[in-house]
Design a protein around this ligand. Structure first.
Ligand SMILES: *Cc1c(COP(=O)(O)O)cnc(C)c1O
Length: 250
């Protein structure tokens, strides 16, 4: 029954909003500094419509194939008051065109090769595509993203970052990271702090001063991420409930 689904989502969303507000209040931040991206992977179009009716306007998907089955239809449904579609999962370079066509923002740009392809397709559509660069700040081998977990790797990333500035059809909003899955959210805090350090290392260099967004924090650790400076939190389970099939690492 869709109405039950919607009331569950409404109650969950109210709890998430309260938690976001408390994290903001605790650190003197304003709620409007933070974009709540509802991660809708594995959810049906009907569930996403319910979430939209609860007021959500930012949705995140992590697989191109799945997004292609939902996003075009929902864009039509939401035409009067459009939602913003975020691609938050790994994008293979050969799927760059599909990603650039589907998404309004891509959080997970983890190579120059992918960025160059996205830039080329964005040029064809005549738009500037907003992206974030994914950074691996934890050092976990399983993670995607540019290595930037210590001074040496961060310096190497900062010098590489110049190459992104040449891609004029991309609008680089900032940095994204995936924290390790940990039982205690406090254990993710140093990872979020490290992303802030990388952003600050870039900020000191003039061309990167606009890279201000920090996409970090998920269901289990978003308060800590907000305390550390997140401007985009990507939240799935706390809004939609447990996923039908929990995927490893996601
Ligand atoms: C699934 C996913 C999320 C949301 O995870 P939850 O634990 O459900 O909040 C955030 N970011 C990425 C990249 C994801 O794949």
């Amino acid at each position: 029954m869709p109405s039950m689904v919607q009331s569950d989502i409404a109650a969950n969303l109210a709890r998430v909003e309260r938690r976001i507000s408390e994290a903001c209040a605790g650190t003197g931040r304003r709620r409007d500094e933070i974009t709540l991206v509802a991660v809708s992977k594995t959810r049906s179009a009907e569930q996403i419509r319910s979430a939209y009716r609860c007021g959500l306007r930012h949705f995140g998907e992590n697989r191109i194939e799945e997004a292609e089955t939902k996003v075009p239809e929902l864009r039509t449904d939401f035409a009067d008051d459009p939602a913003t579609w975020h691609m938050v999962g790994h994008v293979q370079s050969r799927k760059a065109k599909r990603a650039a066509t589907l998404a309004d923002v891509i959080h997970s740009v983890d190579s120059l090769r992918l960025a160059r392809r996205l830039d080329r397709f964005a040029a064809q559509t005549g738009k500037r595509l907003p992206i974030l660069i994914e950074v691996n700040v934890s050092g976990e081998a399983s993670k995607y993203g540019y290595p930037a977990w210590d001074a040496t790797t961060t310096a190497a990333f900062v010098s590489q970052a110049r190459e992104f500035e040449a891609l004029t059809h991309l609008q680089i909003l900032g940095l994204m990271t995936m924290a390790p899955i940990v039982a205690n959210p406090e254990l993710a805090r140093p990872v979020f702090r490290q992303l802030v350090c990388v952003r600050d290392a870039l900020r000191d260099q003039a061309p990167f001063s606009a890279w201000s967004e920090l996409s970090m924090g998920m269901t289990d650790d978003f308060e800590v991420a907000i305390e550390e400076g997140a401007t985009m939190v990507r939240i799935g389970r706390a809004i939609f409930g447990p996923r039908p099939h929990q995927e490893e690492g996601f």
